[in-house]
Ligand binder design. Structure first.
Ligand SMILES: [Zn+2]
Length: 467
């Protein structure tokens, strides 16, 4: 094992050394990265309504000044998608660097530093988008500038896509680009958000690289029964029937099924864990012991339990409008996250069996869903290049990961692109403390932004540089 790792590292190092004519001046790269990153954080690009225009104009200006041509593709004028391309020799197909300029909304009252201040405090930069996804925007921008300045010889085109609308309005962003402007971004590989490096006690422990993601669906349970006077209880009461249905679905655990990504994830997680935890991670591949491990995960590591199966979470429950009326209808909506290979009609049929009540209709609800698709390979040169750069910059293992949430990579994977989600390191407790993506506040360590930049540069050079 150790020999194999050493060998891979050496091979990647050799072609890295051959491909890099000149190393970046990292002190000045760090200054410039931080400057662009803070500038991007200061644009309020919250979605809705999505005001990506100013951020896109900034990016275009920076790229154009450097002599890099920029194309713009928009469904709505104030929500542009920017594409810039650096030409390679064409020996291999392009690499796409994708990042989104919009962010989720903010409640300014919850922020210690104003959400669009990009304030520096105790080694952190604060701002909406700090880890989702202006870190990737800034790193991708800097990689484009460095390739151009250093005249890095490329075997592939490197394409930068700064997309709008990732946070819930993909029709103006990736859907539009994938369905109507695909020639502009068509590539063999892509790097985007969706991964990160986990720090525990200040040390990088492992990198998650997203190679696959679950697909969001909505399932509705609708209970119907006769309306009536509340003073005369009815066994057919829609709220009571719906409650029983929701309770049954919540207690149910859909079948556990591993895929290439999750199998490798648990195996590698076991390799870097203490013996007791490692035994649980190994147990997922053992039909005799998986039940016990799953029960533990559901209590203590729910994210891992969610990676094992299609999940349903009852998140909306509506019914009734006044105290003395038995309502004729009550509805629950289940946030459903299917495994990418799930048979949706068959799954709905299973839910009907679990509900086991003909007065409760089970159907798909409306949702902006995403296409399923095969995961990115974990035996590709690109995954190996990412692993190698993780070892160099983080001295940590790389875990291929299936996101339980959704990213825009789903639309590209459906087109056959091999997409890998990467991201900077954050402390494991920073999310629960309220500083993560979509949290009340958002922040990143400046030192980790810089480390991510170096990792990203080495990764892109290894994937796209001349061999
Ligand atoms: Zn994001």
């Amino acid at each position: 094992m150790v020999r194999l790792v050493g060998l891979c590292g050496a091979v990647v190092f050799l072609f890295l050394a051959g491909a890099t004519p000149q190393a970046p001046d990292w002190a000045s790269v760090e200054r410039e990265t931080l400057e662009h990153f803070q500038a991007l954080l200061r644009f309020d690009t919250t979605d809705p309504p999505g005001r990506e225009r100013e951020a896109a104009d900034y990016l275009r200006k920076v790229l154009t000044v450097e002599g890099i041509d920029v194309q713009e593709f928009s469904v709505e004028p104030h929500r542009p998608n920017l594409v810039a391309r650096l030409k390679g020799s064409g020996a291999r197909r392009p690499l796409l660097l994708m990042a989104h300029t919009d962010t989720v909304n903010v409640d300014p009252a919850k922020w210690t530093h104003p959400p669009f201040s990009a304030a520096l405090d105790a080694g952190y930069v604060y701002g909406r988008g700090a880890v989702d996804d202006k870190d990737n925007v800034a790193a991708s921008l800097m990689v484009m500038l460095l390739i151009k300045r250093l005249k890095l010889p490329l075997d592939r085109d490197v394409i930068f896509l700064a997309e709008s609308g990732e946070e819930g309005s993909t029709q103006v962003g990736i859907q539009f680009m994938a369905n109507q402007q695909f020639d502009a971004i068509d590539a063999e590989y892509c790097l985007a958000e969706g991964g990160n490096v986990t720090r525990i006690g200040g040390q990088a422990r492992y990198a998650s690289v997203q190679t696959l993601e679950k697909i969001p669906y909505a399932i509705e349970l609708i209970a119907r029964g006769p309306a009536g006077h509340g003073s005369v209880p009815l066994e057919t009461n829609a709220v009571a029937r719906l409650s029983a249905a929701v309770a049954a679905v919540s207690a149910w655990q859909p079948e556990i099924r591993l895929n290439e990504t999750t199998s490798a994830f648990f195996k590698r997680l076991a390799e870097i864990s203490e013996p007791e935890a490692a035994a649980r991670y190994r147990a997922v591949a053992d039909p005799a012991r998986v039940g016990e491990a799953d029960a533990y995960f559901r209590k203590h590591e729910p994210r891992l339990a969610a990676m094992l199966r299609t999940t349903v979470s009852p998140n909306i429950f509506t019914g009734g409008y006044r105290i003395n009326v038995i309502p004729s209808e009550a509805t629950a909506t289940l946030d459903t996250r299917i495994l990418p290979d799930e048979d949706v009609p068959a799954f709905l049929e299973q839910v009907r069996k679990v509900v086991d009540d003909p007065s409760v209709e089970v159907r798909l609800g409306k949702r902006n869903t995403r296409p399923g698709g095969a995961g990115a390979r974990i035996d590709s040169d690109v995954f190996k290049a990412i692993e190698s750069a993780v070892r160099t910059h983080y001295q940590a293992a790389t875990l291929p990961t299936m996101s339980t949430g959704a990213t825009d990579m789903a639309f590209l994977r459906a087109k056959g692109m091999q997409c890998y989600g990467v991201g900077p390191a954050t402390d494991i407790e920073d999310g629960p403390k309220g500083f993560g993506a979509h949290s009340d506040q958002e922040r990143i360590l400046v030192s980790e932004l810089h480390r991510f930049m170096r990792f990203y540069w080495d990764t892109v050079v290894a994937i796209a540089g001349r061999r």
